[in-house]
Design a protein around this ligand. Structure first.
Ligand code: HEM
Length: 435
């Protein structure tokens, strides 16, 4: 029976069931049973969603969403070239982007008024756009500031073009960009829908350069209530030692640009975003002994515990292991954070997703990490940590191929505000632009 035939039969059943009730229950036996049988499901029926569709992240606030809130299962990072010539164009871009993000992240019902025009929405989510925990986070690349003399004086102090690290094999088509948009949502369709909305509504202002989708595995809550970090494609829990994003004063120190960071005034409450597309050689990794894998990271694979501990949340004590007999001196976590007072300024907030892109020409899985991290100081944060990791044993199994650095705009505080307003005002108030 086809899906349509089944639906027809089901509706006939309902008619007869209704009749049965009207006739005082004269329809008996098998038929009554069939009427109350559970609805049959077909392979291509839409999977039934959960309450997650109604989860909503606030859009307005001094910081953009999508950085300090808990990471949902799906992420997408898109990088664009920006097609603006004047400050007025830039303001239009920011205002349009703000309006689209405010709508897409909060949800609503697009209206079609004229069937002779293209539909208001792609329709891939149906008639109602559900928020689905969506956040869209906007960053600006070094090239945007460099290309326009009226923007250049306002470039954030540490914003720069990502340069090659020793283990990188950067692919030009997967690097840099004038503008980054990070989409995070409970389902990948919501991210794709939002991206298509931007491409359609802003086609005269932005041009897609590259994108990478990713996800992290959803795990059932543990009976003990313990919350564990999601695993990456090397099978290790990833995020165990991430700074606590709920600690506002820590976030002000590490993530959000403030007075202490000596950035242009317009940049207050923004942040630096470092993105890296890091291929994982998973076939080689899967043939590596467990003991070696654990020593490469400095954590136990199943529990996520540090080498000198028994559970994920424990903090390794390197003072008791000065020669690296328990946690090697070149273990990933020990190089990334040696846990001395002097290196606390190098802490970063990671928000990574795993990606799986298909098969390479040599028949290997093209899988890896869409590494994204945030910091108030790009040099003390990502760049310093990556330099410490240069030459680490993990490099045999990973190859960074793309990414870029972006400056995350401050948030739009309310309905009258828009993303990028402080930058536009700084441009207009600059002596060269005053008439
Ligand atoms: C494919 C590449 C990578 C993989 C598979 C990976 C995996 C991991 C894993 C499993 C941990 C231990 C659990 C945790 O604390 O999250 C970890 C920790 C960490 N990673 Fe990575 N990582 C990668 C790339 C990077 C990069 C590019 C950076 C920054 C430049 C970085 C910075 C860190 C930091 C700061 C820690 C926490 C160290 C601590 O405080 O103990 N990782 N990573």
């Amino acid at each position: 029976m086809t899906k349509q035939e089944n639906k027809l039969t089901a509706s006939r059943r309902n008619v007869l069931k209704g009749l049965g009730l009207a006739l005082g229950g004269t329809i008996t036996g098998g038929y009554a049973q069939a009427a109350s049988a559970p609805v049959e499901h077909h392979v291509t029926d839409a999977p039934v969603g959960s309450d997650g569709f109604h989860q909503r992240q606030p859009f307005y606030g001094i910081h953009q969403s999508g950085i300090a809130n808990a990471r949902p299962a799906h992420g997408l990072l898109a990088s664009f070239d920006v097609l603006v010539k004047t400050p007025d164009d830039l303001e239009r871009l920011f205002r349009t982007l703000t309006q689209r993000i405010a709508f897409l992240t909060q949800g609503g019902t697009p209206q079609d008024f004229d069937p002779k025009l293209p539909p208001a929405d792609s329709g891939i989510l149906g008639p109602d756009i559900r928020p689905d925990n969506l956040t869209m986070t906007v960053g600006l690349g070094d090239s945007l500031f460099e290309h326009h003399p009226w923007l250049k004086p306002h470039k954030p102090k540490l914003l720069q073009r990502m340069t090659k690290f020793p283990n990188d094999a950067l692919v030009a088509d997967l690097c840099h960009g004038d503008l980054s948009l990070q989409f995070c949502a409970n389902t990948p369709d919501t991210n794709i829908h939002a991206l298509r909305d931007i491409l359609k509504t802003m086609s005269d202002l932005v041009f897609l350069r590259w994108k990478q989708e990713g996800n992290v595995p959803v795990i059932p809550p543990s009976p003990s209530g313990e919350i564990e970090s999601a695993r990456n494609f090397l099978g290790f829990r990833d995020g165990s030692a991430n700074p606590d994003a709920g600690d506002k004063s820590l976030m002000n120190q590490l993530v959000w640009v403030g007075e202490a960071h000596q950035e242009p005034d317009w940049a207050a409450n923004g942040s630096y975003q470092a993105v890296r597309l890091i291929r994982n050689f998973v076939e080689r990794w899967d043939r590596t002994p467990l003991q070696e894998q654990e020593l490469i990271f400095g954590r136990k694979k199943m529990s996520g515990a540090p080498m000198d501990g028994t559970n994920e949340s424990q903090v390794p004590d390197y003072t008791k292991d000065p020669e690296g007999k328990v946690t090697p001196m070149d273990a990933h976590i020990r190089l990334a954070n040696d846990r001395t007072h002097a290196t606390q300024k190098n802490l970063i907030l990671r928000r990574p997703f795993n990606y799986s892109n298909g098969v390479t020409k040599s028949g290997q899985l093209d899988q890896g990490l869409l590494f994204i991290c945030y910091q108030a100081d790009l040099e003390q944060g990502f760049i310093a940590v990556q330099r410490k990791l240069d030459g680490e044993p993990l490099e045999e199994y990973i190859k960074p191929v793309g990414g870029g650095y972006f400056f995350i705009l401050p948030g739009a505080v309310d309905e009258k505000d828009y993303l990028g307003r402080t930058l536009v005002e700084a441009i207009r108030n600059h002596p060269d632009n005053k008439v």
